[in-house]
Design a protein around this ligand. Structure first.
Ligand code: NOJ
Ligand code: CA
Length: 658
């Protein structure tokens, strides 16, 4: 990874200072955002000012320990170590190739707890450092608060009560939140947008947020089953508590705050970590057309057969897909697999010739994405992991999709408590040893650790498209994907798995994908993942012009611009291909048809051929989802395109430099 350090200046420790707005303040490089840390009457607090407007005031910092002691009271700031960074770094994959890390920082030292702050032009982060002299501690509660100065902001939030983060975003006043996951995104009554999340959640519990009144959110760590929030021993830092502060909805998505607050890449040779697109034996299982398990009395019903897998491999090789996912290939799916936990990660069902398929895929230049559903049983998984990963590696395969279905890991701890966080991370580091990339389902919501471990490529923690196959409420709402980029999407790549062209669902006719095909296409641009699936059976794509867009769209980007958006209504995103010059644009709308005028000033000089896939005049998600028009036009950066989106429709465009 290339790293150009322009300047790193660490200033000497400064003397203690009590004037809140000067000596204890860290300002962003452009001076517009200021974070002040101080002890007010002995209680450790912080304030945030944006453009001379106090946005967060006197919010507590600190922890309550299991014994009752409190870190952050009867204290004072003893000294401050300041720093300043201005450097560019290159991502292994991502929404943006080169990222600027430009911030001012400071560590505020108190007797028993240090607070490190970094302030960027588009947000800030702070974390706690537990000094060695504190020894090992057990935390009962984190005391961090976010006390907004206004009580009329509205929040978009994911309820903690829905398992695996698979819910819609709620949009309410603060006091209507029960317990929310982060990212929690705020549409400010002051016209600004804020999003609270975390960076680098490692060896710690995830932070949720609970409200106090109409303007305050308080940290709530996901505890262990014994009631302890976090055991602090070897790791002496907390994750970063982060907040994006921006004037534009698009500024939320364009912010790189979370990635900047993670450590640089720890994998030396990253040549095997490659973004790409995949098809898979998956959607036909979720539509209950075939089964994960193999039943000797009904072998025809089994999805993952050698023959079918080869057909998917052939399709991938012929259509610019790098991978094929296969689920239900391995022993363990029969009976109640969520309870039985006897999955094998090396032994295949009799009608799936593992060796033949691996060799066939390798010959065709296709990567198998090997499914490892663990049922959240880490003992069973960890006892086989070396054998399994070594086996996959012997065939030159670099991708595993893990699954952790079950409400508790190992039947006892939360996925996003310290136990779950550590187990899930252990898998990522183990995978790196075997040059394996992970697509993590039922994970802890991500926090940018993919910067440090880029083999952690994508994951779920989203109400993805599988819900369109079987969900009792009939499938995802048209609005869902106009919210997700501003909520779950701010945490990192989403393995959403779109690409539906065949809207029939014979086993669950009450349920289907509630979009048009043009919206499905546009989602490849709007919803980011370095591994993007085309979920439908290859037969659904044969002879359909719209499929050309999926074949052409990349999964790795040079740069990203959100051109226009209203959270929950519509979003227009443009991304430029990494390693090429083409631009791709995706526009999607909720249940309302919409006309949008999109200036093309993001395009570089000269003429561009626009290949436009749009909803046909009579398209609608309810009655005519498959009607797509295709047009070509020559355009330049001075033009604007008038887009017409059907109900839950979209437009997808590829711009080719002429
Ligand atoms: C839930 C995952 O999200 C899905 O992709 C997978 O097919 C099933 N679990 C089975 O592991
Ligand atoms: Ca809406």
């Amino acid at each position: 990874m290339k790293k150009i350090i322009i300047a790193i200046i660490t200033l000497a420790a400064l003397a203690a200072c009590t004037t809140a707005q000067t000596g204890n303040t860290v300002a962003s490089p452009d001076g517009s955002l200021k974070v002040t840390v101080d002890a007010v009457d002995g209680t450790l607090c912080y304030n945030v000012v944006k453009d001379n407007d106090t946005i967060i005031s006197n919010s507590r910092l600190g922890f309550e320990l299991m014994g009752g002691n409190i870190l952050g009271v009867r204290t004072e700031v003893l000294d401050i170590t300041r720093s300043k960074v201005n450097e560019d770094w290159e991502t292994v994959w991502g929404e943006q190739r080169v990222i600027k890390d430009k911030h001012n920082g400071a560590i505020f030292h108190t007797a028993w707890l240090d607070v490190e702050v970094r302030v960027f032009d588009d947000g800030f982060g702070f974390r706690y450092i537990f000094p060695e002299n504190l020894g090992n501690i057990a935390i009962r509660k984190e005391l961090t608060e976010f006390r907004f100065t206004r009580d009329d902001h509205k929040a978009w939030w994911l309820p903690e009560s829905v398992p695996y983060y698979e819910s819609y975003g709620n949009h309410t006043a603060f006091n209507e939140i029960d317990c929310a996951h982060t990212p929690l995104t705020i549409e400010g009554a002051d016209g600004r947008f804020y999003s609270i999340h975390e960076a680098a959640v490692l060896d710690f519990a995830k932070m949720n947020l609970v409200p106090e009144g109409k303007s305050t959110l308080k940290a709530a760590l996901v505890p262990w089953s014994d009631g302890t929030a976090v055991y602090v021993s070897d790791t002496r830092v907390s994750p970063w508590r982060t907040m994006i502060v921006t004037d534009r909805t698009g500024g939320l998505i364009e912010s790189r705050l979370m990635l900047n607050l993670n450590e640089p890449c720890k994998i030396e040779d990253t040549s095997w970590i490659k973004p790409g697109k995949y098809v898979g034996i998956w959607w036909i299982l979720h539509k209950f057309l075939y089964t994960w398990y193999y039943a000797p009395l009904n072998p025809e019903g089994h999805g993952a057969t050698t023959e079918r897998t080869k057909r998917y491999i052939d399709f991938a090789a012929a259509n610019n897909f790098s991978g094929v996912l296969v689920e239900g290939w391995n022993l363990g799916w029969n009976g109640d697999w969520m309870k039985n936990h006897n999955f094998s990660f090396t032994q295949a069902y009799p009608d799936y010739d593992f060796d033949e398929i691996m060799k066939y895929a390798a010959e065709k230049g296709v990567q198998m994405i090997i499914h490892n559903e663990t049922a959240a049983d880490t003992q069973n998984y960890f006892s086989q992991i070396d054998d399994a990963y070594a086996l996959y590696q012997r065939y030159g395969m670099h991708y595993v999709k893990t699954g952790n279905v079950n409400l508790l890991m190992d039947g006892i701890e939360a996925h996003d408590g310290q136990y779950g966080v550590n187990k899930l991370h252990w898998i990522v580091e183990k995978a790196a040893e075997y040059q394996i990339c992970i697509d993590e389902h039922e994970p802890c919501i991500p926090s940018g650790v993919c910067r440090t471990w880029p083999n952690l490529m994508t994951g779920e923690a989203i109400r993805g498209q599988e819900h369109d196959a079987w969900e009792v409420d009939g499938g995802n709402t048209p609005e869902h994907t106009t919210v997700a980029p501003f909520l779950r999407g701010l945490a990192g790549p989403m393995d959403f798995t779109f690409g539906t062209f065949d809207f029939s669902n014979p086993s669950n006719p009450q349920c289907r994908t509630r979009t048009t095909i043009a919206k499905q296409l546009a989602e490849y641009v709007v919803i980011y993942s370095p591994l993007q699936m085309a979920n439908d059976d290859p037969s659904a794509y044969e002879g359909v012009k719209a499929f050309d867009f999926i074949r052409d769209v990349p999964a790795d980007w040079e740069q990203t611009k959100v051109l226009d958006a209203v959270i929950g209504d519509y979003i227009v995103t443009a991304r430029q291909e990494r390693g090429g010059s083409d631009w791709f644009l995706g526009a999607i709308t909720d249940e309302n048809a919409r006309e949008l005028s999109v200036p093309l000033d993001f395009l570089g000089k000269g003429k561009w051929l626009a290949q436009i896939y749009s909803d046909a005049a009579d398209a609608s998600y309810e009655n005519n989802p498959t009607a797509v028009d295709y047009n070509e036009r020559e355009v330049s950066s001075k033009d604007a395109l008038e887009l017409k989106l059907a109900t839950s429709g979209g437009t997808a465009i590829r711009f080719i430099k002429q």
